[in-house]
Design a protein around this ligand. Structure first.
Ligand code: UDP
Ligand code: MG
Length: 325
């Protein structure tokens, strides 16, 4: 595996070929409108000479169970600006995104959700930044009023926690961004299986900037990110980047050892110097529970990392492309 960054020829920044990567999971309700808006945008940009006419939209079907893939096929048949990839099964948003990014050609690649929550018109500004030399342009939500209070609160607390653990993240940025060809080639060097894309991008380096936009409500359909998927993404974000939980176990271990030392001294004191003392039930049982609990907690956190090592060692392919149009 190549671990150094790859040197590709500089991208065409005057009239770049643009690829828009759209991961889709059961998005039949929203996809026609998404294709319509993105298609119109690209056609306009091609007409005005802002992007090359080979520019296109790449839908990645993440193993949908509805008509998503059939829709993508019809788009591709009717119009050559639409292309599609079909993953062999549902692998989750991050992998669908990665499959698209690895397949995407062109000088600049924009990734955007299928549900039109991200403002497609922000792509025009991203392109302008790219033309002035930026290799990474982050789409940043300037307000999150379209998300529920609970979602905003948990997301906010989570990202604060990540920052405290030393994970470098762009505030209020998810996976709506532009990457230049060199940035994309660098991303391809990351061979890890548990990839938290928005955490990796800032570690790439390169000249970057942000474009603000107002995040809208989902155009149609329901969220494809149930709580279980969200929790697993959140855990991945921590365990893929930060050794802090492991250090916390060591700190806890030191604290507990010190506390038990004091307890032992106290118990010995009672045993030898207090003739009335009846060894208490509580003082023997409580430490057992206490230490048992902490051991379980520690094992759980260690196990989380071991499970990551396990999947990294296996080096399984992160996605399999079944077909492309
Ligand atoms: N998505 C995917 N695979 C999944 C779940 C979601 O490709 O297993 C896509 C989905 O189609 C959408 C994007 O990821 O384009 C974000 O999902 P969603 O909008 O449902 O998440 P939310 O905005 O509710 O967090
Ligand atoms: Mg959404």
């Amino acid at each position: 595996m190549n671990n150094s960054s790859q040197h590709s020829s500089p991208p065409n920044r005057q009239e770049p070929t643009l690829t828009v990567v759209v991961p889709c999971y059961n998005e039949e309700e929203v996809l026609p409108e998404t294709a319509n808006r993105l298609g119109t945008l690209l056609a306009d940009l091609i007409r005005s000479g802002d992007i090359d006419q080979a520019s296109h939209i790449l839908f990645v079907d993440d193993g949908s169970k509805d008509m998503t893939w059939q829709l993508i096929e019809t788009f591709a048949l009717k119009n050559k600006t639409f292309k599609g990839l079909k993953l062999s099964r549902n692998k989750g948003h991050q992998y669908a995104l990665l499959a698209g990014l690895h397949t995407a050609e062109g000088d600049a690649v924009v990734s955007i959700d299928a549900d039109l929550q991200d403002d497609v018109n922000a792509i025009t500004q991203m392109l302008l930044n790219f033309k002035t030399g930026d290799d990474v342009v982050y789409g940043v939500r300037n307000k999150r009023t379209s998300d529920s209070f609970l979602k905003r609160f948990t997301a906010e607390s989570y990202y604060n926690l990540l920052r405290k653990m030393g994970v470098d993240l762009v505030h209020n940025h998810a996976d709506f961004r532009l990457l230049s060809r060199p940035a994309l080639e660098a991303l391809k060097c990351y061979g890890e299986v548990n990839l938290f894309v928005r955490g990796v991008i800032p570690t790439l380096g390169f000249q970057s900037s942000i474009v603000e936009y107002a995040r809208d409500k989902r155009f149609a359909g329901s969220s494809k990110y149930p709580v279980t998927k969200m929790i697993s993404l959140a855990i991945n974000g921590i365990t893929s980047f930060s050794p802090v939980p492991l250090r916390m176990i060591s700190a806890l271990g030191f604290f507990v050892s010190f506390a038990s030392l004091l307890l032992i001294i106290w118990a010995l004191g009672v045993r030898f110097f207090d003739p009335e003392a009846v060894p208490g039930w509580a003082s023997s049982v409580i430490p057992i529970y206490f230490i048992g609990g902490i051991q379980l907690l520690s094992l759980g956190i260690v196990g989380e990392y071991i499970s990551k090592i396990y999947s990294e060692v296996k080096q399984r392919p992160r996605f399999i492309i079944e077909r492309s149009v």
